[in-house]
Design a protein around this ligand. Structure first.
Ligand SMILES: C[S@@+](CC[C@H](N)C(=O)[O-])C[C@H]1O[C@@H](n2cnc3c(N)ncnc32)[C@H](O)[C@@H]1O
Length: 391
């Protein structure tokens, strides 16, 4: 223990500051939620996390220099990356690692927004897919009572640490090592189901195991950056219906074990065509969730800057081998070049036109319905016309 964590007043002030940061943002905290953020400390769940220096993720402990700066970072409204390509910050070399984050403690305001939508009451049976650091599970324990919470992570190391840390702050929920989409305890049903990793469809078992009248809060994300969060109510007929939250969210994917690295094939320089829309349109989170509804599920997108500093996007559909490059050009319309059977940019140009015709609809104007047979996002325009996109 270092002095700063022994100074109870200092640590309480940090929690109060975090609660104020959340409340000053777009989330108005209910009193039970404010109580959760004020009472449950974050630092025991993230004793080591990564800070980013360019491409490098450097592990950061309270003992690494300025303890106050470390504590400030823990109680700032940011996500804290704890694992990169399966290497937990606790086990990383001091020089750091490179790769893709595979676990993090979610930004507290996003947690608050999702917990608000989940509306957990004391005694509710709650299931969380994506235990990660255990901090969100601790919130659920505070709200529902720890004996009513089950949390699952696909990593044995993460579940062991989460269990230890939850016990350390006095909570003893059921912490399971498994696949959150499948390894739900036999016969268990829940009043509340929350995922803190993203899927493109609500896993059938979550629908099945949610009790009638229960609530599911599920991040939906494809390969584009801006995902959405669905809030669904389970209906007596076994289906679920609800709305998309206003909050954009880019949760890491719920891994199924069937992930394959698909690399985009070379795209020749011709034939090409001009486009009205730059590939940068997909960087716009107000559009990207809508664009995702028009893209094949497995579409791979890469993007970056050319040597001239111009935006270049490539799209690749491994299902049929189509690949398309969209290049910005100085003082000329973007250039689109494709190989394979389809031009993958054309449906997204159409989607962009539709989005503008619909007056750039916001996420929270969309509904969602989920049945065992079909899952669809819906939008009803003021003229009463409803559009559906099957997930
Ligand atoms: C954003 S983190 C979760 C944050 C966590 N709730 C917290 O408070 O720290 C996403 C987590 O989902 C986990 N995950 C990915 N695929 C999973 C799966 N199929 N089943 C369960 N957990 C999974 C990852 O290991 C990672 O820890």
């Amino acid at each position: 223990m270092t002095n700063i964590l022994d100074d109870e007043q200092h640590v309480i002030r940090a929690r109060v500051s975090l609660t104020h940061q959340i409340d000053r943002g777009s989330v108005v905290l209910s009193s039970p939620l404010a109580g959760a953020f004020l009472n449950v400390p974050r630092h025991p769940f993230v004793p080591v996390f990564y800070r980013r220096e360019r491409e490098q993720f450097i592990p950061w402990r309270i003992t690494d220099g300025d303890a106050e700066a470390w504590l400030d970072a823990v109680y700032t409204d940011d996500s804290l990356i704890t694992e990169v390509d399966g290497v937990h910050a606790e086990h990383a070399a001091r020089a750091g690692v490179t790769g893709v984050p595979t676990s993090s403690s979610t930004a507290p305001s996003l947690m608050a927004d999702m917990l608000d939508a989940l509306d957990v009451k004391e005694g509710d049976e709650v299931y969380e897919a994506g235990a990660g650091s255990g901090y969100n599970a601790a919130m659920l324990c505070h709200l529902a009572g720890d004996k009513h919470v089950t949390t699952v992570d696909r990593s044995g190391a993460l579940t062991a640490l989460a269990r230890e840390r939850l016990n350390g702050v006095g909570f003893d929920p059921l912490v399971i090592h498994g696949d959150g989409a499948r390894d739900i305890p036999h016969d268990a049903t829940y009043d509340r189901i929350i995922a803190t990793a993203s899927v493109w469809q609500v896993p059938p078992l979550w629908l099945e195991r949610c009790r009638s009248g229960g609530i599911l809060v599920v991040p939906l994300k494809g390969t584009l950056a801006g995902g959405m969060i669905a809030r669904l109510t389970k209906l007596p007929d076994g289906t679920a219906a609800g709305r998309i939250l206003h909050t954009p969210a880019a949760f890491m994917p719920l891994k199924t074990g069937a992930e394959v690295e698909a690399s985009t094939p070379a795209i020749p320089d011709s034939p090409s065509r001009q486009a009205a829309l730059s590939g940068r349109a997909l960087d716009d989170w107000t559009f990207s969730f809508f664009a995702q509804l028009h893209m094949p599920r497995g579409l791979v997108r890469t993007y970056g800057l050319s040597d001239d500093g111009l935006h270049v996007t490539t799209l690749y559909d491994p299902a049929d081998g189509s690949a398309t490059r969209i290049e910005d050009r100085p003082e000329a319309a973007p250039l689109v070049t494709s190989t394979g059977p389809r031009d993958l940019w054309a449906p997204l140009e159409e989607a962009h036109q539709l989005w503008r015709r619909l007056h750039r609809p916001r996420r929270e104007w969309f509904g969602i319905d989920v049945t065992p047979a079909e899952q669809a996002v819906t939008y009803t325009a003021p003229d009463g016309q409803t559009r559906r996109w099957t997930l």
